[in-house]
Design a protein around this ligand. Structure first.
Ligand code: GLU
Length: 470
């Protein structure tokens, strides 16, 4: 078997869509699985719709997902000479011809075909005229008039097209520019692509592409057309369903590992397994397990998977990804031991990095904002004594460790006869402003005795003020 060579050829007419990212991943994973080659190409021949900003957005998304390529990026706009040469090749071999019919004439032919119950198509007027180049001439492909063209699709099985329904499509416009299906085939052929995995919205382009391969005498690649990604209402995923740009999920606090895992699972399976590391995906990805039915994008599943990946990821790596979110909130967070400890306490409790940054507030702010409910319930006269006792215990504690903190809290519980919760909850509110947080012994050890003492003193003062003013 030849080396597997796959490709990802996005058109830079917008950001990288979730479906496009999945296509990129499938091709990349398959190349990596087979120890083959992955080629990256920018299909920017549509000069009107292509933008440099979209090219940048696609590169940014690929970098975020960690999809690297072995060859490219190629830009179609830099390959015009190659396309021209290939048009000439087909003209020379008789597989293409010049046509001087005007657009109005072609439109009339199409209407006529429609009126007689056929498909709207060019009627072959110039097919055998033997015309030469002319200012207004287009170049048409001499398509077979009968027989069938079959896509032997790895995912969908054989798909048969009647050649009689195809027309002599244009491969080069009158301004000398090549058309879409033509450049795709010339690129795939000259880049040695032998496996094409793409969305099934391209199925209808494929018979024309196959005809071109045949005209060039080139070997057909393997085609795998993957069902589209759908929204919950089973229509094609669009903005109505939520964000469709893959990097929007980075901004929402998803890990690339989770995004990759989720996108791949949307159209591919390996038994019942849901969680995959990047390495496992490379090891296990084959074309046989691509699903025949469309995957439905489900935000709750993605969130659950993100949570699993957050739990499975080393704090040092999470730190790199979390920092921008912390800085966005204005926290002077930096890489290091403190941040890693913070992350260890929060990772089991959040679904996204956005949630993690929110939950990290009490580790970074100078002054805790008490949630009104929490303060009403625990920062009141009933709990003043507990806070004072804990303050005194802590004052005497050196060093402050999880173990001796636990002893201190138990001592206070023993002396007062109160349950641990009655003591711990006001302390928790004093330290975090909330009634739910990571374990307070961990928190105390991380934020350190001095800040803890300050926060407890402030809570005591807060209660005392209230009691006086109340
Ligand atoms: N440029 C096309 C797109 O972005 C892909 C073409 C192909 O995969 O053959 O949809």
């Amino acid at each position: 078997m030849d080396q597997i060579i796959t490709r990802f050829p996005p058109s830079p007419t917008g950001y990288l869509h979730v479906g496009g990212a999945r296509t990129a991943l499938f091709n990349w994973l398959y190349a990596r699985h087979c120890k083959g080659k992955f080629v990256f190409r920018i299909e920017d021949t549509d000069q009107v719709r292509s933008t440099a900003a979209s090219v940048d957005a696609i590169f940014d998304a690929m970098a975020w997902l960690g999809i690297d390529w072995d060859e490219g990026p190629y830009f179609q706009t830099q390959r015009m000479d190659i396309y021209k040469d290939h048009v000439q090749k087909l003209l020379r071999s008789g597989h293409a011809y010049y046509c001087t019919c005007s657009p109005e004439e072609v439109e009339q032919m199409r209407q006529k075909a429609l009126a007689s119950g056929g498909k709207p198509k060019y009627d072959g007027t110039c097919r055998d005229k033997g015309l030469g180049p002319d200012d207004h001439a287009v170049v048409r492909f001499r398509a077979p008039l009968s027989g069938t063209t079959v896509i032997d699709d790895v995912v969908k099985g054989p798909i048969v097209f009647q050649n009689a329904e195809q027309d002599d499509f244009i491969i080069q416009r009158s301004d000398g520019t090549p058309t879409y299906n033509f450049v795709v085939v010339v690129d795939d052929m000259t880049m040695g692509i032998n496996t094409i995995i793409r969305g099934d919205d391209h199925v209808n382009n494929t018979p024309r592409q196959i005809m071109l391969y045949q005209a060039f005498g080139a070997k057909l690649p393997v085609f795998a057309h993957v069902p589209m990604v759908l929204g919950k209402d089973k229509t094609r995923l669009s903005k109505r369903h939520g964000a469709t740009s893959v990097t929007a999920y980075r901004d929402m606090g998803f890990l690339p590992e989770a995004m990759i895992n989720y996108l791949v699972r949307l159209g591919w399976s390996y038994g019942d397994q849901e969680f995959f590391t990047r390495e496992e995906l490379i090891e296990k990805f084959t074309l046989e397990n691509i699903g025949k039915s469309a995957g439905v994008f489900d935000m709750d599943k993605l969130l659950a998977l993100n949570q699993d990946h957050i739990k499975a990821t080393a704090p040092e790596r999470l730190a790199d990804m979390l920092l921008p979110f912390l800085h966005q909130k204005g926290y002077a967070a930096e890489k290091g031991n403190y941040l890693c400890k913070v992350i260890r306490t929060l990772a089991p409790r959040v679904k996204t990095l956005v949630e993690m940054a929110e939950a990290a507030a009490f580790y970074y702010v100078d002054e805790i904002v008490y949630q009104p409910d929490a303060a009403a319930k625990f920062l009141n006269g009933d709990h003043l004594k507990a806070l004072r006792l804990i303050r005194d215990e802590l004052d005497a504690l050196d060093p402050v460790t999880e173990t001796n903190l636990e002893e201190s809290f138990h001592r206070v519980a023993g002396e007062t006869g109160w349950k641990l919760g009655k003591i711990a909850q006001p302390v928790r509110v004093a330290l975090t402003g909330k009634t739910a947080s990571p374990g307070i012994f961990e928190i105390i050890e991380i934020i350190g005795k001095e800040r803890v003492m300050g926060r407890i003193a402030r809570a005591i003062g807060w209660i005392e003020n209230q009691t006086v003013s109340g």
